[in-house]
Every structure is written in structure tokens, then in C-alpha cells.
Design a protein around this ligand. Structure first.
Ligand code: 0RA
Length: 669
């Protein structure tokens, strides 16, 4: 309830705002990370999402069907929609155009009346004004009331008044902005795939909207496939372009996520409710064993879950259990069902809209609103119950799978206890492949997870034995998708990892959150060291996915790192320079060659195994000179999503990925 006092206060604040406005946008420029999260690549892309979110709001209000995003040649981005157009008339309280208010007042967002139920809005929900503040040029073009209006800004300040530049027969808003390189010092280069993945996700989350992405920068040469299946260049240059559109929303999102996995039930189960809050859920079971749940609040991916996820898990387990009991499907089952058993092979997307979301957790992407739990639990329960009643055959398949999961889990637990008992009795236990360090204080100890036995050998030679331990790994075995329930952890390679670490995988508490006991963790730096090539990144991605799914707390506590081996060695006589980028390589070649590249050799490192132990130490392992990249929750989530969503390719991505993994299998076999 809003009382009169509150309205009055708000009005007073509004009229004083001509001064506050400037302060507002200057504050954004002074501390941009406070408003958009960071000023690296993430923040840069966030600018686009912030503008697009406004178009989505307009679409959700029923006034917009198309959004076109274009990356221009100078890394400007143009976002065009066919909504009503931002109003350009005088804003009475402000004494200037409404357009100017939207573009210069923090949180003005778009809608002025409080009653409008604005639930979209980016992670930081700061609005277009923030984008304006952080752009060295922003052009707003509005088609409205038969006219074309234009206004330009730089760093949040208008360069002139709103001008009428022509006549319009349509309506809509086009915002074109160029990110300010003095703010985004690291990079202003947009990544097509990053934008594509987010826009695809938005199209699934907001069914009916058509979103296009076009890249006018790099021109890619067109390839065609001939009758023999060979790819041939046509000599034609093409722009990258994608169109994202989903008529069925989350149902199709699930089909996209699970493309290639064989399904246990023919169609995803859908949950739709508007009773307490808008709830939109789709779920399906495949014949695999891993659990994939993506949750969203107001279109924001909630990496750390929260009350909506909790409600979903509760509602799902409760309903399945009740049904199984009632249908007598558990009559022969003597064991116990644990919460995870209900989610083996489950793929689900949960999307809720919350008017005043409270975000918690390290990444501020964990929903805290307690009232959401019951709402989602009830909605899920009701819809799943109806589904089970109407689909007895599918219901039976699902319950059988759950029972199988429980049985496998119990067997695995027994086997693990046996191993543990043996380990305690014999005192042995550390994996044979582990070259441990001598130090025992975990804070000082580092564990290198190294791709391949050969690189592992080099690392063992090159390391500081006192504090650095080495565990060689084979990439393929980490494919935990392939094994049932806890049996995933019975693979030798995976067991080596957690035995060396001294911990077990996370256990679920009563709210469905997973926690680990880290008190026995033997190393406070877990460093993934793979080749600096595509295969190496894939293996790093696999390991990160494993940690993300089963040892999340390691990442959350900042214990996981990536090593960064160099790409080149530039040499002339006795002078040697390691290089990590092409820029460094060129610079080093020029410097050593004193202006010419005569007598300079450039060695491209193909893998860790090509380096000597001394070189590996110098470049990648020596704490005084190496570059470690600490893995954040967002990084790991991204790796997991890359793995699961197999993003951004026209080629059937799942198959490509499987082929790549089969490739590892062949190397190792
Ligand atoms: C304020 C009021 C109205 C629409 C918008 C803003 C609006 C903002 C953006 C940002 C990007 N695209 C947008 N489209 C619309 C309502 C206008 C009316 O009542 O006619």
C-alpha cells in the first residue's frame, strides 16, 4: 500500500531532481561497477542487455513484437524496436522531454506510473540512463505520432534538444550507443556469441518476441557444402546474422537444451500459473543421469538458485512421491528415496516474475523472497499431478527411473563405504598418480590438475615440491554425464580428484542446497593446467563443469584457478621472451630483431608437453611470475552452460561436442 505521505515525498524528490540527475549519471561514471557489475567484458555486454530489457518490457506490455540488435563496424550497438516509442513530449514535473528523463534519470527506467508491473530489467536494473552515462555517443531515434525525433548524447549529457528530422509511418525506439573506451579500458569489442546466447535465452523466456542479431563488423567468407559433403569457399563475404523466436517458450527451451538426449517422455511437462506470481516452468526427463535446472527471475539467470528453485524441487518430489505411493509403484521398493533421486535425468527451466525481488548471495543472483517457495511448490505440484494422472504410462516410466536412481545410489554408497573402510585400515588412500607436496598446511598448498600424463611428468619435474602437488588427468573420464547417480564419482579419474583434495562431493541439505565439508580440504589452490588450445579449453571446461555441479563450494570460496601457459617463445641468440598474446609476440619480434625479424625465431607452443620442466616452471608454475586466473561463480556457470547449451553454432552442436569428446577418448585409448 502506498500512502499519501509517500507520494508527496516522491514528488518532492522529483522536482528537486534536475540537480540530482547530473549527480546521478556522474556517480555512474565515477563508479560504473556499482551499477553494471564490472567494467570488463561482462559490463560491456551488459549495456546491450540493459537496452534490450526495455524493449522486452514494451513487448511484455503488448506493444512490441520485434527487436533488432546490430553490432556496427566501430563496435557501436544499435537496438531497434517497434514499440510505442519513448514519449518525447514535455514531462511536466521535470520541465524537459520525457525522452530526456528516461535517458538521464537513474532508475527512471521507462514507465512513470508506479502501478505498471515492471518486472523485467537487467541484473542491476538501472535502465537506459546508465548505458547513456557510459557511452561517448548515444543517439535516440523515436518514431511516434507520425514524426521522427532524434536526440544525441555524450557521456550522459545531451548534445542538443530533441529534434524532428522527418515523418514516420511506424512507431518504435532505436537506441544506438558507442561504449566509452575511457570507462571500458579492457575492451570495447563485442562478442557475437555472447550476445547471441543471451538473446536466444530471452527469446525462449519471452515467447512470441522476434529478436534478430546482425554483425556488421567482420565479414566472414561464405562456405557451401557440395554433394560430397566437402566445404568450399564461395568468395562471397557475408555478415553474421541470427533470428531468435520461440512460439512455445520454455517448452522449446527444454527441447533445445536436451537436443540429442533421448527423452523418457515424449513432450516436456509445462507449469503455468498466475495465481500468486507469474510462474512459467517446463521440465522433462531424459534417459541420462545428470540434473540440469536453469532458474530465472525477471529474465535474470539465478545462478545460485534460491526460493523459486527450492519451491520447484519440493513440489516436484512431493508430487512424484505421493503419486508413486498412491499408484502402488513403490510396493516392491524397500530402500529410501533421497531428494536427488527425483532429479536424475531431469532438465528443467524455471522462470518467475517477482515485483520486488531480493537478490542474495555472492553473485546477487540468488532469490531470497520467502513467499515464492510456496507459490512455486504449489504450482509445480498441481501441474505435475495433473500430468501424472493423465499420462499413467509416462508416470510409470518416471517413477521407475527414480527407483533405479535410488537403488544405484544405495549400491554406490555401499561400495564407497567399503573403499573408505579399507583406506582407513591400510592407511593408504592417496591416488598413485598424485605427486604430493611435503607441506601440510592447506593454505600454503597447491594442487595442479594437469592434462595428460606427459605434461604431468614435466610438471612433476618442474614444480616446487614443498608446496605444489601434481595430479595428471585424462580429459575423457571427466564426462560425468555418462554415469548413473553417485556412480559418476566411482570413475577412477574423478575419485582421484576428490581423494587428492581430501573432500567428498557436496551433499544436499533439507532446503535442497548443496554444501561441502571443506574442513579437510588439503589444498587452497586448485589449479587447472591444460594446453593453450581448443582441446585444452574443452578439458578445462569439463573440469569446471564437474566442480560447478558437484563441488560448487570450491568455486564459491575462490579455491579454483586456471593456469595460463604461454602461446609463443620468441628467440634470438640467447635472448628468449615468452608471449601470451599475438600483440606481445609482434612486439617481442620487433624488439629482439631491432626493427627487423632477421635471426628471430618464433616457437608456437602446441602443448604443455612441448615445454621443458624449467620452461613450465618459469612461465606457468612459478608463483612469482605466473599468471593465475581465479575462477568466479560466473565463469564456472558460463563453462557449464557452454557445455550444456552448446551455444552459438549452426552445426548440430550436440553432435559436434560428442565428436570432440570421442576424439579425447581415442587419444587416450
Ligand atoms: C516510457 C513510456 C512508455 C514507453 C517507453 C518509455 C519505452 C521505453 C523504451 C526503451 C526502449 N524501447 C522502449 N519503448 C518504450 C509508454 C509510452 C506510451 O504510453 O505511449
Amino acid at each position: 500500500m502506498i500512502d499519501n505521505e509517500e507520494i508527496k515525498r516522491a514528488e518532492e524528490q522529483y522536482s528537486a531532481s534536475s540537480i540530482q540527475v547530473l549527480e546521478g549519471l556522474e556517480a555512474v561514471r565515477k563508479r560504473p561497477s556499482m551499477y553494471i557489475g564490472d567494467i570488463g567484458e561482462r559490463g560491456l555486454h551488459h549495456l546491450v542487455y540493459e537496452v534490450v530489457d526495455n524493449c522486452i518490457d514494451e513487448a511484455m506490455a503488448g506493444f512490441c513484437s520485434d527487436v533488432e540488435v546490430t553490432i556496427l563496424e566501430d563496435n557501436s550497438v544499435r537496438v531497434k524496436d517497434n514499440g510505442r516509442g519513448i514519449p518525447t513530449g514535455m514531462h511536466e514535473k521535470e520541465g524537459r522531454s520525457a525522452l530526456e528523463v528516461v535517458l538521464t534519470v537513474l532508475h527512471a527506467g521507462g514507465k512513470f506510473d508506479k502501478s505498471s508491473y515492471k518486472v523485467s530489467g537487467g541484473l542491476h536494473g538501472v535502465g537506459v540512463s546508465c548505458v547513456n552515462a557510459l557511452s561517448d555517443l548515444l543517439i535516440a531515434e523515436i518514431h511516434r505520432e507520425g514524426k521522427i525525433f532524434v536526440q544525441k548524447y555524450s557521456k550522459g549529457k545531451p548534445l542538443g534538444d530533441v529534434e524532428v528530422v522527418g515523418e514516420a509511418s511506424d512507431t518504435g525506439t532505436t537506441i544506438t550507443f558507442h561504449p566509452d573506451a575511457t570507462i571500458f579500458q579492457q575492451t570495447i569489442v563485442y562478442k557475437y556469441d555472447t550476445l547471441a546466447n543471451r538473446l536466444r535465452e530471452l527469446a525462449f523466456l519471452n515467447k512470441g518476441i522476434r529478436i534478430t542479431l546482425t554483425d556488421l563488423r567482420e565479414q566472414v567468407e561464405e562456405f557451401v557444402t557440395d554433394a560430397n559433403g566437402d566445404s568450399k569457399a564461395t568468395g562471397r563475404m557475408v555478415f553474421r546474422h541470427d533470428e531468435f523466436h520461440s512460439d512455445e517458450g520454455l517448452k522449446q527451451f527444454i527441447e533445445y537444451l536436451d537436443a540429442g538426449a533421448s527423452q523418457l517422455i515424449p513432450e516436456p511437462i509445462c507449469v503455468n500459473s498466475d495465481k500468486i506470481i507469474p510462474i512459467d516452468i517446463a521440465l522433462s526427463y531424459n534417459t541420462g543421469y545428470s540434473e540440469k535446472i536453469y532458474s530465472y527471475v525477471n529474465n535474470i539467470h539465478t545462478i545460485e538458485g534460491g526460493t523459486h528453485l527450492q519451491g520447484f524441487k519440493m513440489g516436484l518430489s512431493r508430487t512424484l512421491k505421493n503419486y508413486a505411493d498412491k499408484a502402488g509403484l513403490l510396493a516392491k521398493f524397500k530402500g529410501e528415496l533421497s531428494p536427488e533421486d527425483f532429479r536424475e535425468g531431469l532438465t528443467a527451466v524455471i522462470s518467475v516474475k517477482v515485483a520486488e525481488p531480493q537478490f542474495e548471495g555472492q553473485t546477487k543472483t540468488k532469490l531470497g523472497n520467502s513467499e515464492v517457495t510456496a507459490a512455486v511448490s504449489q504450482a509445480t505440484g498441481a501441474a505435475v499431478d495433473i500430468y501424472l494422472e493423465e499420462h499413467p504410462r509416462e508416470a510409470k516410466l518416471i517413477i521407475e527411473k527414480i527407483v533405479l536412481a535410488a537403488t544405484a545410489r544405495a549400491a554406490a554408497r555401499k561400495a564407497r563405504e567399503m573403499v573408505q573402510r579399507k583406506t582407513v585400515m591400510t592407511g593408504a588412500g592417496m591416488p598413485g598418480k598424485l605427486a604430493d607436496c611435503s607441506e601440510r598446511d592447506p593454505e600454503k598448498c597447491e594442487l595442479f590438475l594437469v592434462e595428460g600424463d606427459s605434461a604431468g611428468g614435466t610438471a612433476k619435474q618442474g614444480r616446487d615440491r614443498r608446496v605444489q602437488a601434481i595430479l595428471p588427468l585424462r580429459g575423457k573420464i571427466l564426462n560425468v554425464e555418462k554415469a548413473a547417480g553417485d556412480r559418476a564419482f566411482e570413475s577412477q579419474e574423478v575419485r582421484n580428484i576428490y581423494t587428492a583434495l581430501g573432500v567428498t562431493v557436496a551433499q544436499e541439505d533439507e532446503t535442497g542446497e548443496k554444501h561441502m565439508d571443506l574442513s579437510k580440504l588439503r589444498y587452497h589452490k586448485v589449479i587447472i593446467m591444460t594446453d593453450a588450445d581448443v582441446d585444452g579449453s574443452h578439458i578445462a571446461c569439463l573440469i569446471l563443469t564437474f566442480f560447478f555441479r558437484y563441488m560448487f563450494d570450491l568455486i564459491k570460496n575462490g579455491y579454483v584457478y586456471l593456469a595460463t601457459p604461454p602461446l609463443y617463445l620468441v628467440k634470438k641468440g640467447k635472448e628468449e621472451v615468452y608471449c601470451w598474446t599475438d600483440g606481445q609476440r609482434e612486439e617481442a619480434t620487433q624488439r629482439l630483431g631491432r626493427g627487423s625479424d632477421k635471426g628471430v625465431t618464433v616457437q608456437r607452443y602446441k602443448g604443455l608437453g612441448e615445454m621443458s620442466d624449467q620452461q613450465l616452471w618459469d612461465t606457468t608454475m612459478n608463483p612469482d611470475t605466473r599468471l593465475l586466473r581465479q575462477i568466479t561463480i560466473e565463469n564456472a556457470a558460463q563453462a557449464e552452460r557452454t557445455f550444456s547449451m552448446l551455444m552459438g553454432d549452426d552445426v548440430p552442436p550436440r553432435r559436434q561436442f560428442i565428436e570432440e569428446n570421442a576424439h579425447y577418448a581415442n587419444i587416450d585409448a
